[in-house]
Every structure is written in C-alpha cells, then in structure tokens.
Design a protein around this ligand. Structure first.
Ligand code: NAP
Length: 308
C-alpha cells in the first residue's frame, strides 16, 4: 500500500479526496490517502505551501513532493525539502489560462472597451485583423506555449521568449537577453508567463518597457515580481504603455492604497487567471506516483538551481 499525505489547506481536502481516490484507482495504484500519516512512513506528499507542513526533515522515506501549484517560488527555497519536487502541470489549469489570456488579448485587439464606452453614438471604428497585431509571450513553458499556439491559431503574429532556445511550430522563438530585445521591439501586446525566480525579477523594467512600441499593452498572469511596478506606472503615465491587465502582484491581496487600483489604464484581477482543476490535477498526480513506483523519471521536476 502506497502512503500518500495530502498537505494543503484543510478545506481543500473535501475538494480533492474524491478525484484523487478515483485517479489512483484508474491508474491501478493501491493508495492509503490521508491528511496525516506517521511522517517516516509517507511515500509521497501532495503539497500546497500554505499548509501547516513546512519541515520535510522527518519525511525520510518520501520519494517525491507533488505540488498542487504551478508556481513553486514559495516551495523551492525550503531547505528541508530535499526530495524531488514536481510542479503542477494540469490540462485543466492550462485550458483556463489559455481562455483567460485569449479573452484579455481579444479585449485589447478588438478595443472592446471603446465599444462599451460609445453606446450613445454611431461611431464605426473597424479593428485591424489579428495578423496586423504582433503579440509577444514571455515564457514558453506549459502555459506560455499553449497560449502562444492558440493566439497564433487566431492569426496573431506571435513571438515567444524563453531561457533556452526553443522551436515551436507557428511561433517566432527568441531566447536570452538579445532575444528579449527582439521579442519586445514590435510587440503590441505582451503576455507574461514566466516563473518568479531571481533571473526573471523585473523582466519588464524602465529599459525593457522603453523597447516596446508606444501604446503597447501588458497582460500579466505570471507573477507580480516580473514587473518593476514603479517603471510600469511611469510608462502608463507617459502613454508609453496604453493599458495593463494585472492578475498577480508582489503583495496579494493587492493593498487597498496601491496606485494600480485607481489607475484609469490598469485592470486588476484577483489572481484568478487559472486554477488547478481537481479532476485533471488528480490524474497528473496519479500518473507521477505511478512513474515513481515504476522507477521512471518524474514529470515536471523542478530544477532547484533555476528555481522553476
Ligand atoms: P514552466 O512550464 O516552468 O515555464 C516557464 C517558462 O519560462 C519556460 O519557457 C522557461 O524557459 C521560461 N523562463 C524561465 N526563466 C527564464 C529566464 N530567466 N529567461 C527567459 N525565460 C525564462 O511554467 P508554466 O507552467 O508555464 O507557468 C508559468 C508561471 O505562470 C508559473 O511559474 C506561475 O508563476 C504562473 N501561474 C499563474 C497562475 C495564475 O492564476 N495567475 C496560474 C498558474 C501559473 P525554458 O523553456 O527555457 O525553461
């Protein structure tokens, strides 16, 4: 019997217990799933960093820690966690992010706000076609590559940027610091889907925002620290950036007195771009536990040096 501990906020247990039980059965795994096991007997931990579990030292037998979250910046620095750490890649979460990003890109592209504001007059302004609106996606991982591919499918010329060189059909792929310059210089809309690491902090700053064509728009469902907030506010005030849609922030919930709330050219959404979906996430967890039991390499392993 494989002993699996579910270590997330206790209210999540009610949401996850049934989908996990089903997914383990479907994967042919005999699992004893509980919120508490004697620590030295646990084979796998399913984990969210806002649970009470912070010290992994007693989990001597644990073969892997399986994160319920895609972003692991709060977990990866935990020095007691020496076991393999897998981040969440969940088809349901990916689908949610693709829908959210596509919706916000189309809001900008079609200037839906303008249409809503001109309900009192006949004022025909025809938007350009998608093929005339270059979009750049910073981060070409599970989420960025899915969003980039969907946007390219709608006709947008899409450029993507990653750490290592990549080749994705239909996407102009850039990497490294020179690649960032190439990716930004013609982008009318920029989507941030990078992880929060030392290397990605302030990817959008005064210098990089200045590389964009005047009037570009920013969509950030990645993480707050990817953007230098003061630099973005200045760029919004000068019109260098026409509008920003921000889902994630350095401090969450976004403090009531933060200038983003009152800024006429900022849309704040409360970290809802994409959520882990229990049914599909449970299937991914079961798949990884099965791989562990078959001595196959885990999927979606976090590189602790890189921090993602
Ligand atoms: P991922 O698969 O790990 O992909 C990360 C991408 O960023 C990769 O393409 C990686 O490049 C690139 N990258 C990392 N460091 C870089 C650097 N220094 N320079 C250039 N590119 C760099 O992550 P994911 O699953 O797509 O998720 C991305 C992020 O979305 C998560 O970390 C999380 O913060 C955020 N997220 C937000 C929500 C929400 O609701 N708002 C929900 C889920 C996730 P390589 O391909 O070369 O490795």
């Amino acid at each position: 019997m494989i002993k699996v501990q579910f270590a997330a906020r206790s209210e999540r247990w009610a949401t996850y217990e049934a989908p996990l039980t089903t997914a383990f059965a479907e994967a042919g795994l005999e699992v004893d799933l509980r919120q508490e096991h004697p620590t030295a007997e646990v084979d796998y931990v399913i984990y969210a960093p806002n649970s009470d579990l912070q010290d992994f030292t007693p989990y001597r037998r644990c073969k892997a820690v399986l994160s319920l979250w895609a972003g692991v910046e709060q977990i990866a620095p935990n020095k007691t966690l020496t076991q393999p750490l897998c981040r969440m890649v969940d088809p349901g979460l990916t689908a949610g992010m693709v829908e959210w990003v596509t919706g916000h890109v189309l809001r900008y592209h079609l200037d839906i706000d303008r249409g809503l504001k001109t309900q009192d007059r006949w004022d025909p302004v025809v938007p350009p076609l998608a093929q005339e609106r270059p979009v750049t996606v910073l981060g070409l991982g599970a989420l960025g590559s899915a969003c980039a591919t969907t946007l390219a499918g709608l006709g947008f010329p899409v450029t993507g940027w990653s750490r290592a060189a990549k080749s994705i059909s239909g996407i102009r792929c850039e990497d490294g610091s020179e690649g960032l310059q190439n990716a930004l210089q013609d982008a009318r809309i920029v989507v941030l889907l990078l992880p929060d690491t030392k290397a990605t902090e302030n990817t959008l700053n005064a210098q990089t925002l200045a590389l964009l064509p005047r009037g570009a728009r920013i969509i950030n469902p990645g993480r707050g620290p990817l953007i230098d907030d003061d630099a973005l506010l200045s760029a919004l005030n000068t019109g260098q950036i026409a509008h920003a849609t921000l889902d994630v922030f350095r401090t969450e919930p976004l403090p009531a007195d933060h200038p983003y709330w009152a800024h006429p050219n900022v849309t704040v959404t409360p970290h809802i771009a994409a959520e882990t979906r229990p049914k599909t996430a449970a299937q991914m967890i079961a798949q990884n536990i099965r791989r562990g039991e078959e001595n196959k390499p885990f999927l979606n392993l976090v590189d602790r040096q890189l921090g993602y």
